[in-house]
Ligand binder design. Structure first.
Ligand code: TRP
Length: 376
């Protein structure tokens, strides 16, 4: 079977290193592997609006940021179709049909939705007399896993490179596909998630050591940060709080600087930037023994990050002076994506037998039945 990728991001801010090691870097590798028949990369503006209804301007302004981040990481419009979700209305149509195949109870059990309801302060309960708690959960937000299932299946994606927070979405997509195919006949493809293969990449902590790099926590290093900003952020990074003097033995586990090195170091980096150590393992051993200062490790990290980010910055500068062209890329990508989604929708409508005008059998049978009635 031919392999197809679909994945994407909500345009609510610039992309950061967590996005990069969690999915972006992998996408570019997969793109260049030639293993995939088609690759669709979607800017999920409609999904972003499910919890930003009052802030459409934020979403609107960030489309270009995400597009610039994509292109600067090396996603190539010749090889990957970059598009904007809202410009493919077939996705809404498909989601509307899927809504009949999913229960409210099943949506309520989706762990990512549950966590986000908590995080966003959408409260299910109304505290008596407390008007601030009356916000409630928007229906569109509640049902976004269904919309995400239509994003994936409209392109018959086999593979979704994403972080582990997306696992419940893919699971729910598979259930919808299974249900659709068993009710209406084999039409859709069950996708698989492709997770990062290294624990450090699975969930990159923030520069403050918190579990996740997240815009709202202000602990991000952005792909578009300058070398100066990266240096400042790394120098301020959380390490081992018990490693007070250089001579003290230090902990590597849970030490954010080492977690980042695990996520970003490539063979050859030590030889280039810190040749007195043969490998990252040797550096870690020295840190554990004591006698290795944080600043030296941080300098290495800065060098490794800039080695990663320099070519990204260079491409970003190139595309930043061609904003018009970037929108043309998205427009062409959206048209191409729409054609693919429309073809799937044709199949879906005929499987569901709601393709009335192409359904000669239906029309002729009813014509015969009425003709017989009038002959009587
Ligand atoms: N939920 C993803 C995010 O929050 C964005 C997204 C929307 C997506 N549709 C998708 C990811 C389909 C993978 C596949 O970033």
């Amino acid at each position: 079977m031919k392999k197809i990728i679909l994945t994407g991001d909500r345009p609510t801010g610039r992309l950061h290193l967590g996005h990069y090691v969690g999915s972006l870097r992998r996408r570019v590798e997969l793109q260049n592997s030639g293993e995939f028949e088609r690759i669709f990369i979607m800017i999920a503006d409609a999904q972003a609006l499910t919890d930003n209804a009052d802030n459409p301007e934020k979403v609107r302004q960030n489309i270009i940021e995400v597009a610039l981040d994509y292109l600067s990481c090396g996603l190539d419009p010749e090889k990957s179709t970059l598009f904007i979700q809202s410009q493919v209305p077939e996705l809404c149509e498909l989601a509307f049909y899927y809504m009949n195949l999913v229960t409210v109870q099943r949506l309520q059990r989706n762990p990512t939705v549950k966590a986000e309801i908590q995080m966003r302060g959408f409260s299910e309960q109304t505290v008596e007399g407390d008007t601030t708690q009356r916000q409630g959960i928007p229906v569109g937000f509640f049902t976004y896993p269904i919309s995400q299932a239509s994003d994936i299946t409209a392109f018959k994606a086999t593979t979704v490179p994403a972080g582990e927070d997306q696992e419940p979405m893919i699971e729910q997509t598979r259930e919808i596909v299974h249900k659709f195919n068993s009710v209406y006949g084999p039409t859709l493809v069950e996708p698989e998630i492709l997770l990062p293969d290294n624990a450090a990449c699975m969930r990159l902590p923030g520069t403050d050591g918190k579990a996740k790099m997240s815009k709202s926590l202000g602990n991000c290093i952005y792909l578009s940060d300058t070398a100066e900003e990266v240096k400042k952020k790394v120098m301020g990074m959380y390490t081992d709080p018990d490693h007070l003097r250089v001579e003290d033995p230090g902990k590597v586990e849970g030490n954010t600087v080492f977690t980042y090195l695990d996520a970003f170091c490539r063979p050859g980096d030590l030889a280039e930037f810190l040749p007195e150590y043969a490998s990252l393992d040797e550096l870690k051993a020295h840190y554990r023994r004591g006698g290795l200062g944080d600043v030296k490790v941080k300098r290495l990290l800065i060098a490794v990050l800039n080695r990663t980010l320099d070519p990204i910055r260079e491409r970003r500068r190139y595309f930043e002076s061609r904003i018009d062209e970037v929108y043309k890329v998205l427009e062409a990508g959206s048209a191409a994506a729409r054609a693919t989604a429309a073809a799937t929708l044709d199949e879906v409508r005929s499987a569901m037998r709601i393709n009335y005008f192409a359904d000669r059998e239906l029309i002729e049978e009813q014509a015969r039945a009425y003709a017989a009635k009038h002959e009587r």
